[in-house]
Design a protein around this ligand. Structure first.
Ligand code: DSN
Length: 426
């Protein structure tokens, strides 16, 4: 089937893919939202499942809301094998998280979040979410995002002293603002999130509780972070971060919300589901159901703690002075370098991180005072605590010589030596 290889048919794209493969193989991928899925996941993703239209669901929903799994709910013919994979993805996701209902069709995390709001609220309704500059996400109500334009978001942040979530303040805000939905979850919060407390606050003010667990889904599956199940009403996640699947997302919810959520995903926001991605999700969920995944998840956290300790021993100041999860937020103000400059210097040295605001940053998202890094991808490669010491040392060296290209090149050599001992796709 693949006789005409990409190399022959499109050498430009082929070469770019090979270069990207080399870049990741020789470098250290420390962006906390990235990972390396298995070859099996990539195989499903690059399969004929890409070719099919399957608008609808692999079950038929009757007018009273109940579903029949042996009847088709598709608007196109030819979906018997597509139904097999979508059912597998749903069943496996339910088992993985203990969810009552799962929709595996969301194209990615942002659409998934918007689909939840669209399903359960009306435009202009009040929602509480974490502000982006304190660690939330664009879709948690940022004014430039659809979420912030279509809904009336009130945003909480972290405490100015401790940089931790202050649940008493969040409760007071909820009592004052009376939101219809309270959203928990973050993209740059290095500490444990108390989902139980969030759900209790929501319940007490009569709001729907929603958690966006995109960053920590794999940790939750691996018992390395407390779960928002079974008490949270709706939970969204991407599938490509700590969960180590294909790019994509899913929405999990209590049964009572199932019909509304499904209707908001299709036909509300999306058309044909990306069934190649859904097949790859099914593969990834099966991998995450294996006992070894728990070891992986725990190692991510052990590595993050070791990397945090290593960085602090080199004089780096970390937001909250450490981490409980997979990510580390570095406050660079004592190092006389901005997040943007540090990202560029580390990139030259083969270390990929992203510039990031720190809480109460006086810089901008384009030129912030921090960098964000994490351990999911390097843990997938098999690195452990002893390598984290070396990684911290290499980061420190690169920051120290940020202005000197030839010294950065030397660090790059050390990065390559370390990386090549831990192949990704051998
Ligand atoms: N863009 C993702 C991240 O890097 O955290 C969130 O969706």
């Amino acid at each position: 089937m693949f006789n005409d290889s990409l190399e022959k048919s499109d050498v430009d794209v082929f070469n770019a893919i090979v270069s990207e493969d080399n870049r990741t193989a020789e470098g250290l991928e420390l962006i906390p939202s990235e990972n390396f899925p298995s070859k099996s996941v990539l195989q499903a993703l690059g399969s004929v499942m890409n070719n099919k239209y399957a608008e609808g669901y692999p079950f038929f929903r009757k007018k009273d809301g109940t579903v029949e799994w042996d009847k088709t709910g598709r608007y196109y013919g030819g979906n018997r094998y597509i139904d097999v994979v979508e059912k597998l993805a749903i069943e496996r996701a339910k088992k993985l998280f203990g969810a009552e209902h799962v929709n595996v069709q969301p194209y990615s995390g942002s659409p998934a979040n918007i689909e939840v709001y669209f399903a359960l609220l009306v435009f202009g309704d009040r929602i509480m979410g974490m502000s982006l500059d304190h660690g939330g996400h664009l879709t948690h109500g940022h004014p430039v995002n659809f979420s912030g334009r279509a809904y009336n978001f009130v945003q909480y942040g972290v405490d100015e002293e401790s940089n931790l979530l202050d649940y008493d303040n969040i409760r007071k805000m909820a009592e004052r603002e009376q939101p219809k939905l309270i959203l928990s979850g973050a993209t740059a919060y290095p500490r444990t999130i108390d989902f139980r407390e969030f759900a209790d606050i929501a319940k007490d003010v009569g709001a729907i509780s929603m958690s966006d667990i995109a960053h920590i889904a794999g940790l939750i599956v691996g018992d390395a972070h407390p779960s928002p199940f079974p008490f949270t009403d709706v939970v969204t996640t991407t599938t490509h971060k700590t969960l180590r699947g294909p790019r994509g997302a899913m929405i999990m919810c209590k049964k009572d919300f199932a019909q509304k959520i499904d209707k908001a995903v299709f036909p509300g926001m999306q058309g044909g589901p990306h069934e190649h991605a859904i097949a790859a999700k099914a593969v990834a969920f099966n991998e995450a159901l294996q006992p070894g995944f728990k070891d992986y998840a725990r190692q991510i956290v052990k590595n993050a703690k070791a990397l945090a300790d290593g960085l602090m021993s080199h004089g780096f100041k970390l937001v909250t002075d450490g981490t409980d999860n997979h990510l580390i937020l570095v406050d660079l103000r004592n190092k006389n370098i901005t997040g943007k400059e540090a990202e560029a210097a580390l990139d030259e040295a083969g270390i990929t991180v992203n510039k990031n605001t720190i809480p109460y940053d006086t810089g901008t998202p384009w030129n912030p005072s921090g960098i964000r890094l994490g351990t999911p991808a390097i843990t997938t490669r098999g690195m452990k605590e002893s390598e984290m010491k070396t990684v911290a040392e290499l980061i420190s060296k690169a920051i120290d010589v940020a202005d000197d290209d030839s010294l950065l090149e030397k660090v790059r050599g050390n990065v390559r030596e370390l990386s090549e001992r831990f192949p990704i796709y051998s």
